[in-house]
Design a protein around this ligand. Structure first.
Ligand SMILES: Cc1cc2nc3c(=O)[nH]c(=O)nc-3n(C[C@H](O)[C@H](O)[C@H](O)COP(=O)(O)OP(=O)(O)OC[C@H]3O[C@@H](n4cnc5c(N)ncnc54)[C@H](O)[C@@H]3O)c2cc1C
Length: 401
């Protein structure tokens, strides 16, 4: 038995939490819905003295946990959640491509470096099915494999890394030190902090969306559009600048692009609106919203149908685009920062050309930074550049002490 066996039901919030926790840590598991798998009920009852307790997780060593908390799960799968020291030269908040690259550069410069990530190391790259535009991999590379390579390289240089630990605040500790507080109740000190917490694509929250991400539901046309070369139809959700731009971009791969928008007008720039409205391959459906994403019934786990609802009449129609691209906004992961550093109107961290924020010693790189291009190669480039600037800042700090 290679993977963890997870028994639960689709209506059970604790089961969804356990699934999300394992997925966030990129721990493979097999899902058994006890409502559709009759043997599942027997397994659950046998493990729990005849009781129906879900989620029940059975581990490769034969042991099981019933209704475990995230902390119990973290301990069981061997996640390190407390750092070895209290003081570091550099603490990196976020272990995605930007944070991991900064860590590799910093550790090579002998800076004592700690990465803290609220989910699994690798960030969004780690949960991306396939990356086709990252230089150096002419045949593309799986996101999880690339993330593992980043992590291995960071390990080789002795970077300390914590997973499933959220940073809850970064504070001024005085005496030219910064404090980093975590949801596990720990407080670490550093002379410099890098914010590399990325941003989250807003979801439609329609039924079925979560399970089909990367399997027909996407958030980046530049990244995933080429997978649909030769398809009959693609769907774009959202008619702001991104939706219109990406919709136009997608026309090169498919016979038709349908843009679905809840509002009663297109919201992008006038120029983009004109291009979209005059494009022979684009159809716009205003005052419509996605109700459900449904997987194919061939067991492939890929998108099979999308149910779109007319918001005025309530009429629902089933559509069959090859893929759906959601562009309804992006939220930077900056809520934990309070008013420590300047943020722009969208909540992205403002930096100077040296990647430093307005708070001395606090830097930012990657998707969380104002003006970043939300691409993996750029996040890696920003991570490397920030590391060099941090080295210079720490040298100057030392010289002035
Ligand atoms: C589905 C999908 C497909 C993509 N495909 C491509 C592609 O093909 N090509 C391409 O170039 N780009 C692609 N991208 C974009 C690319 O993945 C991102 O640009 C890149 O990952 C950004 O790196 P980052 O390190 O800045 O942020 P992220 O990768 O977002 O990493 C940020 C990390 O910070 C952690 N974090 C957040 N808040 C906290 C906190 N409070 N405490 C501790 N940790 C925290 C998160 O858990 C996360 O691990 C894709 C993105 C998605 C979502």
């Amino acid at each position: 038995m290679a993977d963890i066996q997870l028994y639960g039901a689709s209506w059970c919030p604790d089961c969804r939490r356990a699934k999300k926790f394992l997925a966030d840590q990129r721990v493979p598991y097999e899902w058994h819905d006890i409502e559709t798998d009759p043997d599942g009920v027997d397994v659950v009852q046998e493990r729990n003295d005849g009781k129906n307790i879900i989620p029940t997780l059975i581990f490769p060593d034969g042991s099981h946990l019933a209704e475990p908390s995230n902390e119990e799960l973290a301990e069981k799968i061997g996640l390190e959640r407390m750092a070895m020291q209290h003081v570091y030269d550099l603490i990196i908040v976020g272990g995605g491509p930007a944070g991991l690259t900064t860590a590799i550069y910093a550790a090579r410069e002998n800076l004592d470096t700690l990465i803290v990530d609220s989910k699994g190391l690798g960030g969004q790259a780690g949960i991306t099915e396939r990356l086709d535009n990252y230089p150096g991999f002419p045949d593309g590379i799986g996101g999880a494999e690339l993330a593992d390579r980043f992590v291995k390289q960071a390990e080789r240089y002795g970077v300390e890394m914590l997973q499933a630990v959220s940073v809850t605040s970064v504070i001024d500790d005085g005496h030219r030190e910064l404090g980093v507080e975590t949801a596990t109740g720990d407080h670490y000190h550093a002379r410099a902090v890098l914010l590399a917490t990325g941003s989250s694509y807003r979801r439609t929250e329609a039924e079925g969306e979560e399970d089909l991400i990367g399997a027909g539901v996407h958030f980046c046309a530049t990244c995933d559009g080429p997978f649909y070369k030769g398809s009959d139809e693609l769907m774009v959700i959202g008619a702001g600048n991104s939706g219109l731009e990406e919709g136009l971009f997608l026309t090169q791969f498919t016979g038709k692009v349908t843009i679905v928008e809840r509002g009663d007008t297109l919201r992008g720039s006038k120029l983009l609106q004109d291009k979209v409205l005059n494009h022979p391959k684009i159809e716009v459906q205003l005052r419509h919203g996605v109700k459900t994403f449904r997987a194919k019934d061939d067991g492939s786990g890929k998108l099979g149908a999308v149910v779109v609802e007319d918001l005025e009449s309530g009429e629902a129609t089933e559509r069959h685009p090859a893929g759906v691209f959601v562009f309804i906004g992006l939220d930077p992961n900056t809520g934990f920062l309070g008013d420590l550093v300047s943020l722009d109107e969208g909540g992205f961290v403002v930096t100077d050309p040296t990647f430093m924020t307005n708070f001395p010693g606090v830097f930012a790189a990657g998707d969380v930074r104002r003006g970043s291009t939300k691409q993996l190669a750029s996040a890696v480039g920003e991570g490397a550049a920030a590391a060099i600037q941090i080295r210079g800042y720490l040298d100057r700090l030392e010289a002035s002490a």
